[in-house]
Write a new protein. Structure first.
Length: 251
């Protein structure tokens, strides 16, 4: 068990170090969230902590969706066959890649904090401990989403074209761009299906001092578990296509 954990953490470190060496993914972690908070500030947003919370969610989510792009990159390099052909379960192989993409999004936190702090003359988070917990929940929400999408993009050869379609709508519905209570129906109900919605709400509540809602904590946990189940189903289907049927094109 200990050896397995050490091996897994080693894979996480390896993938993360490779992402740091790639200028595209590094720019993806820094530029979009910086532009996001800058536009919010230019639009007249006055609550610095809430803007930073939204920028944090935007940064982690943007790099998490990049996990699907990495699958296409691995396919183009010809290394996807070796990853999927590993004797280990596909989830064990792809999850370090997906999680490392989400972790890369944490680089956006100091950048957006600097922008907001300079623009508003300071930055104060009402509940820093709960804010840190909310960041962890955001990381979990984005990681399970990335794993689910990674499996889907293994199965679907040209799914990379859908990446731009996935980033904006989920971010819009999460409440990071427009407050959740202003979405209206049926969009509020649809937004509840994704854990990022609850994670954003918790970030905002801990940033501005509102008492954390048990509902949002439960929403993140339940929907994240559901996404893990969906990801497992997708990855099992991919394993069957590769290892049993031999019908999945990986190059």
């Amino acid at each position: 068990m200990v050896d397995a954990i050490l091996d897994y953490s080693g894979e996480l470190r390896f993938h993360f170090s490779q992402l740091l060496k790639n200028s595209y993914f590094l720019q993806l972690a820094l530029i979009p969230p910086a532009v996001f908070v800058a536009l919010r500030l230019m639009a007249g947003a006055t609550d610095a902590a809430t803007v930073w919370a939204d920028g944090t969610a935007a940064g982690i989510w943007t790099t998490s969706v990049a996990a699907v792009g990495i699958i296409g990159f691995q396919r183009a390099q010809g290394t996807l066959e070796y990853l999927v052909g590993s004797p280990r379960p596909l989830a064990w192989t792809l999850s370090p890649l997906a999680i490392s993409c989400s972790i890369l999004g944490l680089l956006s936190i100091p950048v957006t904090a600097l922008i907001v702090g300079v623009a508003r003359g300071g930055l104060f988070v009402a509940q820093p401990l709960w804010y840190a917990v909310s960041i962890v929940l955001t990381l979990i929400a984005c990681s399970v989403s990335a794993l689910c999408l990674s499996g889907l993009f293994v199965i679907t050869r040209h799914a990379i074209v859908y990446e731009p379609v996935l980033v904006a709508p989920i971010l819009l519905l999460s409440g990071a761009v427009l407050p959740y209570d202003r979405l209206g129906q049926p969009w509020q109900s649809i937004a509840l299906l994704h854990p990022l919605t609850g994670a954003v709400a918790l970030l905002q509540e801990s940033a501005d001092g509102t008492s954390l809602s048990v509902f949002w904590i439960a929403q993140v946990c339940v929907t994240a578990i559901l996404l893990v189940v969906v990801a497992r189903m997708i990855l099992r289907a991919a394993e069957k296509h590769v290892r049993v049927d031999g019908t999945l094109h990986l190059s």
